[in-house]
Design a protein around this ligand. Structure first.
Ligand SMILES: C[S@@+](CC[C@H](N)C(=O)[O-])C[C@H]1O[C@@H](n2cnc3c(N)ncnc32)[C@H](O)[C@@H]1O
Length: 193
């Protein structure tokens, strides 16, 4: 069964109801520089907001979404691929961007290892993700609704601790880059020593 993430018109319609997320995503991608890879770009809502001079690559596992993505950014090189097997060479990007993706990637650890592989040693990972709640009650509730929401959304796990997963994958969060609002987290990470 297809979920919201696999139905491009529905995903776009719902996203228009979340202007705060749209704004944060726009601000995040605007920080990317150089040769940039967006992971799980979906319908490409972030693509118009990249700086004009970035060399932009993007991919998503859902082929249908990529028609919309391609229209949103002329010149971007867009492919259908999985985060667990990124089809690019080692150390080939200055920047990798992920917005609302690692809640859905089936093997998040594998996906993060792939991002490490394709990033240059001094490259940056820009992330906007929602994570498990801090409060015990909300965490309990998210755990309860997760199976149903994962089916309806088409893969999203609302109770993942993506910040911890990023750190466990060997990234260090840049001091001062971490922002949080409700369940949303924004940060810039680099490959640790
Ligand atoms: C919530 S949407 C976010 C889309 C876009 N990044 C945004 O900010 O609007 C999650 C996206 O992750 C993609 N996705 C899920 N698992 C993936 C995987 N293993 N590899 C690549 N993309 C994946 C989905 O197809 C979907 O387009």
């Amino acid at each position: 069964m297809r979920g919201i993430e696999q139905i491009p018109w529905l995903y776009d319609a719902l996203m228009r109801l979340a202007p705060g997320i749209e704004r944060w995503r726009g601000q995040l991608v605007a920080e990317a520089r150089g040769r940039v890879l967006e992971v799980g770009c979906g319908t490409g809502r972030g693509l118009p907001d990249y700086a004009k001079d970035v060399e932009l690559f993007a991919f998503d596992i859902n082929f249908e979404s990529l028609y919309r993505a391609q229209r949103r950014r002329e010149g971007a090189r867009i492919v259908c691929a999985s985060a667990e097997a990124i089809p690019f060479a080692d150390h080939s990007f200055d920047c990798v961007v992920s917005s609302l993706v690692f809640c859905s990637v089936p093997d998040a650890d594998r996906g993060l290892a792939e991002i490490r592989r394709v990033l240059k040693p001094d490259g940056r990972l820009l992330m906007l993700e929602h994570v498990q709640a801090r409060s015990r009650f909300w965490a309990w509730l998210l755990d309860r609704i997760q199976p149903t929401w994962t089916r309806v959304s088409g893969g999203c796990h609302p109770n993942r601790d993506t910040v911890a997963a990023v750190q466990q994958a060997g990234f260090m969060i840049e001091e001062g880059s971490f922002r949080e609002r409700g369940l949303m987290r924004w940060f810039v990470a680099r490959i640790g020593d």
